[in-house]
Design a protein around this ligand. Structure first.
Ligand SMILES: Cc1cc2nc3c(=O)[nH]c(=O)nc-3n(C[C@H](O)[C@H](O)[C@H](O)COP(=O)(O)O)c2cc1C
Length: 177
């Protein structure tokens, strides 16, 4: 037997990609916010989409600098997701608030988060707004992952990425099958 959800709850069923932390801005003006709604769009060329509410400071900085970094947090950083998702960077320096360290970008001016197991640097090539949410298409310029969690593919039980289900519910990546 299956149960019917409200259409607006559809994402509860497919929202298990890793919840990532987006860094935006440059080395001086920088911000950090968790974004769960992310999808690869293509591999050749490597394109990714992130969905960001237009009211967020993150959207303001991505519109200005036309770059962003997708940082991949592991289970130890769950509190960083919670802390940086509660406040806007317009009001607080969230790097200080969450006690995380910004590291200089490789191919972009935007920083990434030292403590995360990996990061993906992208430059914005297109954007479209739907009802207050901006869908940014980014061309991936560079990405890195910790050696011990990757062997041709992500070793999910070692990576222990964080997956957002809804509200305050999360799970961590586990064993490959
Ligand atoms: C687990 C989690 C996932 C989130 N996913 C998204 C998302 O996909 N898109 C979005 O626009 N906001 C998302 N948010 C909300 C923003 O991260 C939050 O509003 C943040 O404070 C915005 O910060 P800013 O104004 O500094 O950009 C999420 C928050 C949490 C806690």
């Amino acid at each position: 037997m299956k149960i019917t959800l409200k259409p607006e709850e559809f994402y509860h069923l497919i929202n298990h990609g890793p919840c990532c932390i987006i860094t935006s801005g440059d080395e001086k003006i920088k911000n950090v916010a968790p974004i769960a709604w992310i999808t690869p769009l293509n591999d050749e060329p490597p394109l990714v989409i992130i969905c960001v509410a237009s009211s967020h400071y993150t959207a303001e900085l991505i519109n200005k600098y036309k770059e962003f970094v997708i940082n991949i947090p592991q289970v130890e950083l769950l509190d960083v997701i919670k802390t940086t998702g509660k406040t806007s960077g317009r009001k607080k320096n969230k790097f200080k608030l969450a006690k995380i360290i910004p590291e200089k970008g490789v191919k972009v001016n935007c920083v990434h988060i030292k403590e995360c197991i990996g990061f993906i640097e992208a430059k914005v090539i297109d954007k479209k707004e739907y009802n207050g949410v901006i869908l940014y298409v980014g061309k991936v310029l560079h990405c890195e992952i910790e050696k011990e969690v990757y062997d041709k593919y992500l070793i999910t039980h070692r990576a222990k990425t964080i997956h957002h289900i809804a509200k305050d519910k999360f799970f961590i990546s586990g064993k490959e099958i």
